[in-house]
Design a protein around this ligand. Structure first.
Ligand code: DGT
Ligand code: MG
Ligand code: MG
Length: 298
């Protein structure tokens, strides 16, 4: 009896859910293995309901990675565009991401407050984002670094933080954009001193010690004729990805009428895509213009 029942159970498990339901109707009891108890060791990592869930990724030891792969200093446009391509892929492949923000070797992804993707399990959010991003980085590498082979597999760490309301979420994103500004201003002066004035990195560091933003702007302007405000927005503000309607033009072969057969025609389709913007997200203007992002029911 025990043997035949077990065989049925095994057959049920191996079959489709329809057969499984039939087996259950027939009254076959599902035996639990004695090992099942180890499930209880799994901890609950459900993100608090109705909060914004943010996953932030950061390149692992990109100081070394950027050196080994000859990234331009302080900003490598290929590397920044590749990061954004990976982030767009994450938004398209995964569910419920409403906005993403990236700079340097990091990207933050914000999931809808009401998202119930994978029952809001933090580990699922984080691992799916990190693995999709990392595989995309390798997959699309050649499209951005044509002459630079990928020398070793890059990695990204991830963390999940939940923010309880719109203000804390906006402050989080402001913090990342302020970080972008502070680092970029520093790096722009630092590399100008090294590359154009011939200072050693240690000398440049010493020169900048204790300087304020105004001092750095002044050095850039007076010594290098660089107006920091004219530096590319991509470098100064980072990249925001939001969903926007985009017209896509494709060519299609025309079937009918007969006299037009074989001819190609341009067809315009409207699609919603993650579109990159390089704008300020610290002030209110961005959030007013894109009020749907924080709208709880959107
Ligand atoms: P981690 O994150 O603790 O594993 O260590 P790192 O080395 O990734 O440190 P992190 O994330 O604080 O700093 C990012 C590094 O990546 C930094 O050393 C500069 C480098 N990096 C990022 N983007 C660029 C770029 O466009 N050009 C160059 N030259 N370096 C970049
Ligand atoms: Mg890093
Ligand atoms: Mg970083």
């Amino acid at each position: 009896m025990w043997v035949s029942c077990n065989v049925k159970v095994r057959d049920c498990l191996a079959s489709t859910s329809v057969t499984l339901k039939r087996c259950l109707k027939l009254g076959v009891t599902m035996a639990k293995s004695k090992f099942e108890y180890v499930r209880d060791f799994e901890t609950d990592d459900t993100c608090l309901p109705h909060c914004w869930v943010v996953v932030r990724l950061d390149g692992r030891n990109f100081h070394r990675f950027s050196e080994k792969h000859n990234f331009a200093k302080p900003n490598d446009i290929r590397a920044l565009h590749l990061m954004t391509k990976c982030a767009q892929t994450v938004m398209e492949e995964l569910e419920d991401i409403v906005i993403a923000y990236g700079q340097s070797d990091e990207y933050s992804f914000v999931f809808k407050r009401k998202s119930n993707w994978f029952k809001r399990r933090a580990s699922k959010f984080m691992t799916h984002v990190a693995s999709q991003f990392a595989s995309s980085y390798v997959f699309y590498w050649r499209d951005y670094f044509e002459d630079q082979p990928l020398l070793y597999p890059p990695g990204f760490d991830g963390r999940v933080v939940v923010y309880p309301n719109n203000q804390t979420l906006k402050d989080y994103l402001s913090w990342r954009q302020a970080d972008c500004h502070i680092n970029n201003l520093y790096n722009t002066v630092f590399w100008a001193l090294v590359q154009q004035s011939g200072l050693t990195p240690a000398q440049a560091q010493g020169r900048l010690q204790g300087t304020l933003a105004a001092d750095k702007n002044e050095i850039l302007y007076s010594e290098f004729n660089i107006n920091y405000n004219n530096e590319p927005l991509l470098y100064r503000k980072g990249t925001v990805l939001i969903w926007q309607k985009v017209d896509e033009v494709t060519t299609k072969e025309v079937k009918l009428p007969a006299e037009m057969e074989g001819k190609k025609m341009a067809v315009t389709r409207t699609r919603t895509k993650p579109v990159p913007l390089h704008c300020d997200i610290i002030g209110d203007a961005f959030w007013k213009e894109h009020s749907e992002i924080l709208d709880e029911d959107s």
